[in-house]
Write a new protein. Structure first.
Length: 114
């Protein structure tokens, strides 16, 4: 079983940047993919960005070109660098890890003011 915990959310002005971090613990050798989903108020949870153990990345269409997902050297850490933030990026951001089942973090709030 894998547990994940996020950090790094906060309040930022439009056009600014934030970096989110996520650390996985437990059976980390079984992790195939890690990354980030987000959920804005009144909307469904959606893909932000994920990275595979082979370092292949996939981005949601609304964040491509502005967000970058990466792994730490220990491979149990994943980051989300968010640049050129917009008010519509305001959401709770959830770290996600997949072995044979998904594991979700508690979420971290990102608020972008206009």
């Amino acid at each position: 079983q894998v547990q994940v915990a996020e950090s790094g959310g906060g309040l930022v002005q439009a056009g600014g940047s934030l970096r989110l971090s996520c650390v996985a613990s437990g059976s980390i050798s079984g992790i195939n993919i890690m990354g980030w989903y987000r959920q804005a108020p009144g909307k469904q949870r959606e893909l932000a960005a994920v990275i595979s153990r082979e370092n292949r990345t996939t981005y949601g269409t609304s964040v491509a070109g502005r967000f970058t997902v990466s792994r730490g050297a220990g491979r149990n850490t994943v980051y989300l660098q968010m640049n050129s933030l917009k008010p519509e990026d305001t959401a709770v951001y959830y770290c996600w890890a997949f072995t044979t089942t998904p594991s979700w973090g508690q979420g971290t709030q990102v608020t972008v003011s206009s």
